[in-house]
Ligand binder design. Sequence first.
Ligand code: HEC
Ligand code: HEC
Ligand code: HEC
Ligand code: HEC
Ligand code: HEC
Ligand code: HEC
Ligand code: HEC
Ligand code: HEC
Length: 341
Amino acid sequence: MKLPYILFLLIVAICGIANENSSIKIIQPIDNSLYAGHDATVVVEIDTTKIDKLEVVLNSGKTINIELNKTKATYCKAILLDVGENKIAVNGYKDNNLSESVKRNLYFYADVFEGSDEEESEDYDKNYFHANDNEEKCKACHDMTSNVPTDGEAYEDVTITTCYNCHQAKISSKNTHAPAANWLCLECHNGKSGEYNMDQRGIAKYLVRDPVARTCGQCHEDVEDWFMQDYTHGPVNDGRCVRCHNPHGSDYEFFLRKPIWDLCTTCHSEKANGKHVIPAIGFGRSPTRGGHPTKDRKDPARKGRDFYCSSCHNPHGSEGIFLLRMKGSFTYGVCQRCHQK
Ligand code: HEC
Ligand code: HEC
Ligand code: HEC
Ligand code: HEC
Ligand code: HEC
Ligand code: HEC
Ligand code: HEC
Ligand code: HEC
């Protein structure tokens, strides 16, 4: 190799190291963050002299172009995450040449969704945002105080809540849960997580109690009963309502994370084979002998409702064995609910 060439390489290398003030700085999100919701926020600061085009590339490959304005250096964008691992890139261009690309690895974990793996999620950290030093970075342009009513009376115009400016993407499903839809966020996000988890004390302003069941129980009186009943469903007993329900809303009934049959068979996969309920009974000699339908019918006991696992089982608690919608431990007791003698 010729000496001038080696010198040239050396200069390039030194400049590379010296060039600490890169043209893109990602303020949010922090790399390797763990999310429990489908949305995240990207906040970037750019050097407008070095970049004239900015885009965010989502995990799906979908590209969001950010409109630039010569006088503005900070850009904010709410993005939607895929379930599981997300590789996000923020790309800056000058004269149509890629000048810098900064990447973030994020993880969206909700345990009943396919593609969301508890073990994998443990490689990521929950980086809570609402601590003073983080909020400081936004104060110049955003009102970081809360004006959310705490007496249960919602504003007629929810867009005036300070949370609305940043969290619109959170409330975007087909069915939305009343306290969330009315932006009474603090009914649940009361910051009392530290009551149960000492390590969360004072870590961020708006954390929910975890487990959340008691908070739900403030408005849903049945919750107390479920705990008192002879049989309480495992995840309810753990207080983990949000394993099944999305507290903000969802596209399915009862704000469930999935349609009911799919939800139940996610954790009880062995019940999806069509052979469930009383092996001794009929359905002829067909290969599904031993099976009672568990879906694709109407529920004879509940007018207007479809037939599925929760037609026979109460997903929360029951005075009947196996959470059956009856009293006692005689499993055939439940049959009468739909079949008269
Ligand atoms: C220099 C001013 C400025 C700073 C600093 C700033 N923002 Fe913003 N942000 C805005 C403006 C203006 C909007 C309105 C969106 C638009 O019109 O582009 C916005 C919108 C948003 C949105 C909504 C984006 C969307 O797609 O719905 C979020 C979320 C957000 N900001 C978060 C933050 C966070 C978090 C910080 C601090 C880490 C921050 N911003 C710092 C100016 C700023
Ligand atoms: C300047 C924008 C902004 C405003 C205003 C804002 N948030 Fe946030 N919030 C964020 C960002 C950014 C996160 C991190 C998650 C993400 O990427 O969206 C977050 C996270 C949260 C979390 C998850 C826990 C945590 O601390 O990370 C809760 C709960 C929350 N916000 C509630 C609220 C409530 C309630 C309000 C209104 C009183 C509010 N936020 C106002 C930007 C904002
Ligand atoms: C009915 C109770 C309830 C209400 C009302 C509610 N939330 Fe939540 N929220 C929760 C629970 C519970 C979690 C934790 C979710 C989980 O672990 O799946 C959560 C999580 C969050 C997160 C963090 C998601 C993540 O990616 O980690 C944000 C941000 C948030 N809520 C914002 C809001 C905002 C803004 C409002 C008001 C519009 C609101 N919430 C209203 C119960 C509620
Ligand atoms: C501040 C009061 C309040 C809190 C706290 C609350 N809810 Fe609700 N919830 C309501 C109201 C009001 C309704 C009825 C309106 C609606 O469907 O949104 C409702 C409806 C529901 C429904 C649908 C019921 C039906 O018959 O269709 C479900 C499911 C639900 N909530 C679950 C939860 C869970 C899970 C939590 C805790 C994470 C929770 N709620 C916390 C007020 C609350
Ligand atoms: C194992 C999943 C699962 C868990 C965990 C769970 N739910 Fe449900 N929930 C359901 C299903 C399924 C339905 C619809 C049942 C039906 O067919 O009527 C439902 C219905 C509801 C309803 C509507 C009225 C009713 O009583 O049926 C409310 C309110 C509710 N859940 C609140 C909660 C609360 C609060 C918790 C936590 C204490 C919780 N759920 C935990 C699955 C679950
Ligand atoms: C998030 C996972 C999860 C989901 C979703 C779930 N379950 Fe469960 N279920 C459990 C766990 C954990 C247990 C307790 C296991 C044990 O103790 O053997 C349990 C136990 C049960 C039992 C009692 C078993 C016994 O031996 O007493 C029944 C019945 C049941 N579930 C029905 C349902 C129905 C119906 C649905 C849908 C509405 C459902 N489950 C959804 C996790 C889940
Ligand atoms: C027609 C009523 C009916 C329907 C629908 C039904 N079950 Fe059951 N289930 C029963 C009865 C009766 C038992 C107790 C006897 C037995 O195990 O067959 C039971 C027992 C169970 C048990 C505990 C005992 C065991 O075998 O593990 C679980 C878990 C369970 N069911 C889950 C489900 C799930 C998940 C669905 C939906 C795919 C479902 N059930 C649909 C009636 C029903
Ligand atoms: C929540 C309602 C419900 C409960 C509880 C229920 N079934 Fe059924 N059962 C149905 C439905 C719906 C069908 C399907 C009828 C059809 O295909 O037209 C059915 C069909 C049957 C059939 C096939 C013959 C027929 O009538 O078409 C038998 C046998 C049967 N059930 C026995 C039982 C037994 C035994 C139990 C108690 C362990 C039970 N069922 C509990 C709703 C129920």
